[in-house]
Design a protein around this ligand. Structure first.
Ligand code: ACO
Length: 326
């Protein structure tokens, strides 16, 4: 019996031109390059221009993924954008991407699961494809986190950044039921709203009428992140009857190098097999995984046929993972 899987047809990304270094942050708040590097691993990040919106970033990343796929906009039936920082409360960023790229009328909506957003969006698109409802979906993670950062709060403003990453998922039939077949093999999604108060914005349309700023209990989030990531990657490995040694690349959400190293250590994976961009991208929330993926694919490190383990954790708290044969 042939199985339908969603394969990653192409990737794309976009980073705003402006780079903000730790040295520049030293002049803005009471911090130091040493503190930021030691606690988070971040050296620099990209920040969108004042008039550059999340949709602008998403459109550029989506455009590149479309170009590289060799497909035409007419071949795409759906757009899903993971974002926490939409241009407007509505319409969704996804409909702006659809219109700008000339994608014909079809499904388009945003997913909001903060830093886990891309894994949620990927899982949603994968379910549409494997159910046979759609053949090709453009999935994007895009954020202008700088718009919800309190630039006077040194505990958060040094961490977050802007950018967008995209993949085109395409239905492919295969007789191969093994882990060697290309495509998404499993996705694992979680949320625990009891910990919503650890990471949130102090505003929103129905409360203050303003989008608000990020408030984070960093140390508590850190503890949960380490445990949740370890649990969800273990689940992905067990579900697919593989061992960590079978995974070619860990592509984690880029929040903090210490969380990434701890997950790799728990898996017994050398850091050579982990895609790390947090040092030059910072925490771009839902954009971080597709940005890291595109960087590793574009540089030739991730190759067709490699087994990828994606994992993320963010506000909500939300967390999740996906195992994909690229
Ligand atoms: N520069 C200098 N000192 C600082 C800074 C700064 N930028 N920020 C905080 N400090 C100080 C604090 O005031 C504190 O001082 P005190 O000891 O005198 O009170 C000290 O540094 C230690 O602060 P902690 O918050 O305990 O530092 P910690 O080692 O926990 O590192 C960090 C902070 C980097 C935020 C870490 O906790 C972390 O990465 N947490 C997880 C973040 C994350 O993964 N978020 C999830 C995704 S984000 C999303 O979903 C939107």
């Amino acid at each position: 019996m042939p199985v339908i899987r969603s394969i990653i047809k192409s990737t794309g990304s976009y980073l705003p031109e402006k780079i903000l270094t730790n040295q520049e942050l030293e002049k803005m708040v009471d911090t130091s390059d040493e503190w930021i590097t030691q606690r988070s691993g971040i050296k620099q990040r990209h920040i969108a221009a004042e008039k550059e919106t999340t949709a602008d970033l998403a459109i550029k990343a989506g455009h590149l993924a479309l170009d590289r796929s060799g497909l035409s906009p007419q071949d795409i039936q759906g757009v899903i954008v993971a974002t926490t920082t939409p241009d407007q409360t509505f319409p969704a960023v996804a409909v702006k991407v659809q219109a700008a790229l000339g994608i014909p009328p079809g499904m388009a909506f945003d997913v909001q699961a903060v830093c886990t957003g891309f894994v949620y969006a990927l899982a949603t698109a994968n379910n549409f494809i494997t159910s046979g409802q759609f053949k090709r979906i453009l999935v994007i993670g895009a954020e202008k986190m700088s718009s919800v950062v309190d630039w006077n709060d040194r505990s958060t403003c040094v961490l977050f950044a802007d950018g967008a990453g995209a993949v085109i998922l395409e239905a492919q039939e295969s007789e191969d039921e093994s882990i060697h077949a290309r495509g998404v093999h499993s996705t694992h999604l979680y949320a625990n709203g009891r910990h919503a108060n650890l990471l949130y914005t102090d505003g929103g349309p129905s409360s203050t009428g303003q989008s608000g700023h990020i408030i984070m209990e960093g140390r508590e989030v850190f503890k949960h992140a380490v445990q949740c990531m370890a649990d969800v990657v273990a689940e992905a490995i067990e579900k697919n009857n593989i061992t960590p040694a079978d995974v070619d690349w860990l592509v984690p959400h880029q929040a903090n190098i210490r969380i990434i190293e701890s997950t790799a250590k728990k898996l017994g994976m050398s850091m050579d097999k982990v895609v790390v961009t947090v040092d030059h991208h910072g925490n771009t929330s839902a954009a971080s995984i597709p940005l890291a993926l595109d960087e590793a694919v574009s540089s030739g490190r991730i190759k067709k046929g490699d087994l990828l383990l994606l994992e993320a954790m963010g506000g909500g708290l939300t967390w999740g993972a996906a195992l994909i044969r690229f």
